[in-house]
Design a protein around this ligand. Structure first.
Ligand SMILES: Nc1ncnc2c1ncn2[C@@H]1O[C@H](COP(=O)(O)OP(=O)(O)O)[C@@H](O)[C@H]1O
Ligand SMILES: N[C@@H](CCC(=O)OP(=O)(O)O)C(=O)O
Length: 377
């Protein structure tokens, strides 16, 4: 894909994950940069006005906490780091809440840990909550749940977290804002003559050789984790742009297709990548047989799968697991993440959702598989 058309693809992106790094947020440790935050928020609010959905992954809890506590050096003790994160996170969220409030835009704090994204049920819940927030017009402000995570379950850096969020919500694009103008052939702090990479395939092995670590003492991963994040985001078909967060109007300009920063592209087209990703990362745990009406609703109507159109349930699966959907001739037509476990599905099959409470004692979702969680084959 040529550069102009690749940048064009960004202008068509309807769902963005935007990540802001610690060094940038705190002006390299000089305290939380409220003016800069206000500026990014203004741009994000303008995107929302145009119907573009944004999820913000904001680092800076530890750095903001250190600032509030008057600590000059990042502590080594995990408890001190967690205490700093707790103090800093509420400070940060209050700043975001206030800034978004100026634009009548709702925000929501989401703190995630590894289990939220690796445990199937929690994965589905996180996905549903984020999608619901987006449909309510809110901008989720996401960070790692630093105060409770232990080393074994850390994402460690928010570049990785942002990429996993992009996978989770199937974002079209990921924008990583940092204190460098993009990925250079070498760390520009070491070599001022290093050149900006304008566009590459995220999978290009040469990129990792160019990427170095962080030098700010505040940021965690440097460019290494950003390139890795682009590779993760590409699994579900998202493009990644790494760009300088201090550049004027950077968010609106990148989203508008201006050739700023480094664009890292997925190899497959987004739809193929998404299908492959969903199909590849999860095992199929069961099988639902659909009647003709449900088959048409899925194939041509882009609808959710309702229990009323299901005639058979096979296998043992839990809520959130992947099941295959077959027509009456046994041909697989779709796969999706199911909202009820196999026992429950057996009880509600063929029934309208109004009867779920009577049959199960409760009703969770009215769809057996929501259309957002269905992939047609
Ligand atoms: N090839 C490279 N191109 C640009 N920056 C690089 C490169 N290699 C390493 N870096 C460093 O990565 C830093 C950004 O990463 P990091 O400090 O983790 O920031 P953040 O807090 O935004 O995640 C830059 O300031 C730069 O020193
Ligand atoms: N969760 C941590 C994020 C640390 C981190 O990844 O920072 P960065 O490399 O600047 O994105 C915090 O809020 O301090």
């Amino acid at each position: 894909m040529g550069s102009a058309s690749a940048r064009q693809r960004l202008t068509a992106s309807k769902r963005w994950v935007i990540k802001i790094g610690s060094a940038l947020l705190t002006d390299n440790g000089r305290g939380v940069n409220r003016a800069a935050i206000f500026n990014w928020v203004a741009q994000i609010a303008a995107l929302r006005e145009r119907g573009i959905e944004v999820l913000l992954v904001s680092s800076g809890a530890v750095a903001a906490g250190m600032d509030r506590l008057g600590w000059r050096r990042r502590p080594d003790s995990i408890h001190q780091l967690q205490a700093a994160a707790a103090i800093g996170q509420s400070h940060l969220v209050q700043i975001y809440e206030h800034a978004f409030g100026q634009f009548d835009c709702r925000t929501a704090q989401i703190l995630l840990d590894h289990d939220d994204l690796s445990n199937r049920t929690r994965y589905l819940n996180a996905r549903s909550t984020l999608r619901t927030l987006l449909s309510l017009g809110a901008v989720p402000v996401i960070n790692e749940n630093d105060t409770v995570v232990t080393d074994e379950i850390r994402f460690g850096d928010n570049d990785t977290l942002a990429a996993l969020v992009a996978n989770l919500v199937e974002a079209d694009a990921l924008l990583i804002l940092t204190d460098a103008g993009g990925l250079f052939t070498q760390d520009p702090r070491d070599n001022p003559a290093a050149e900006l990479i304008r566009e590459a395939s995220a999978a290009d092995p040469k990129l990792m050789a160019m990427a170095g670590g962080s030098r700010s003492g505040l940021g965690r991963g440097g460019m290494t984790t950003k390139v890795r994040a682009a590779q993760l985001a590409a699994r579900s078909g998202a493009c990644t742009v790494i760009a300088g967060g201090a550049t004027e109007n950077i968010i609106e300009r990148v989203c508008g297709g201006e050739p700023l920063g480094t664009l890292l592209l997925p190899e497959a087209d987004p739809l193929t990548a998404r299908k492959r990703w969903l199909a590849g990362q999860l095992q199929v745990r069961g099988r639902l047989t659909l009647d003709a009406g449900a088959e048409t609703a899925l194939r041509t109507g882009g609808r959710s799968l309702l229990a009323v159109g299901v005639t058979g349930v096979e296998g043992r699966f839990r809520r959130g697991e992947l099941v295959s959907c077959c027509n009456s001739s046994g041909e697989e037509i779709a796969r999706g993440l199911v909202n009820y476990d196999s026992q429950e599905a057996g009880k509600i099959l063929g029934q309208p959702s109004e009867k779920f409470t009577e049959l199960l004692g409760y009703r969770d979702d009215k769809e057996l598989i929501h259309r957002d969680n269905l992939i047609l084959l």
